[in-house]
Design a protein around this ligand. Structure first.
Ligand SMILES: [Zn+2]
Length: 206
């Protein structure tokens, strides 16, 4: 089995979505010379690094992360690669075989810089129509290689997916993985009522 860690590194000073809180790790006991054991605490935005958005993020009475079925974010996944385009439209998706129940992951040019120290303004993103196309194909979760799937302030892609109960995994670092079929695991912390959660995302191939 090959295991690919497709999660962003979480570190003090890492870039976050504009306006989101910064990650902060604080040492309570920082040395075993002075204390019996090491102890820390951290503050982290729910959309920090690789994370999952659950329907509650945009949808009134939508599911929080603790109510997402394990199977939504754990299962057979297809990874497609779409390069040299900043806007993904339905026609860019027609060539791919997408089946009901797929966890669908799209790798783009974003993978060139998702692991770098700064975010960029001109990232590849989906149109509303592309999201509607994937929703109508019946995918059960959507994964993407940037910290957001929307470039538009109206968040059309979030609303289409989350409105259909499709969780969105954002911030996947797909730099080192090839397109193909995998088993995906990326589970949120079981935080009651949270609209999103950081995840550790893994692709597994036999
Ligand atoms: Zn998010």
């Amino acid at each position: 089995m090959n295991y690919y860690d497709v999660s962003m590194r979480i570190w003090q000073g890492m870039p976050v979505y504009p306006g989101d809180p910064h990650f902060n790790l604080k040492w309570l006991n920082n040395t075993t010379d002075k204390f019996e054991y090491i102890l820390s605490m951290f503050a982290i935005g729910s959309h920090c690094g690789t994370h999952v958005d659950s329907p509650k993020h945009f949808i009134k009475d939508g599911q929080p992360v603790n109510e997402l079925g394990i199977d939504k974010l754990c299962g057979k996944a297809k990874l497609f690669y779409i390069e040299n385009t900043e806007v993904i439209r339905p026609k860019d998706l027609y060539e791919f075989e997408i089946e009901k129940g797929d966890i669908l992951i799209i790798k783009t040019d974003n993978s060139e810089y998702i692991h770098r120290e700064k975010l960029i303004d001109h990232f590849t993103h989906l149109t509303r129509e592309a999201a509607e196309y994937l929703r109508d194909k019946g995918i059960k979760a959507f994964g993407f290689d940037y910290i957001t799937v929307d470039i538009n302030d109206d968040f059309p892609v979030h609303k289409v997916f989350l409105g259909a109960g499709i969780p969105i995994v954002e911030g996947l670092d797909l730099y080192l993985v090839e397109p193909g079929e995998y088993f995906f695991v990326g589970l949120p912390l079981k935080i009651e009522g949270a609209e999103a959660s950081p995840i550790r995302a893994v692709l597994i191939k036999e």
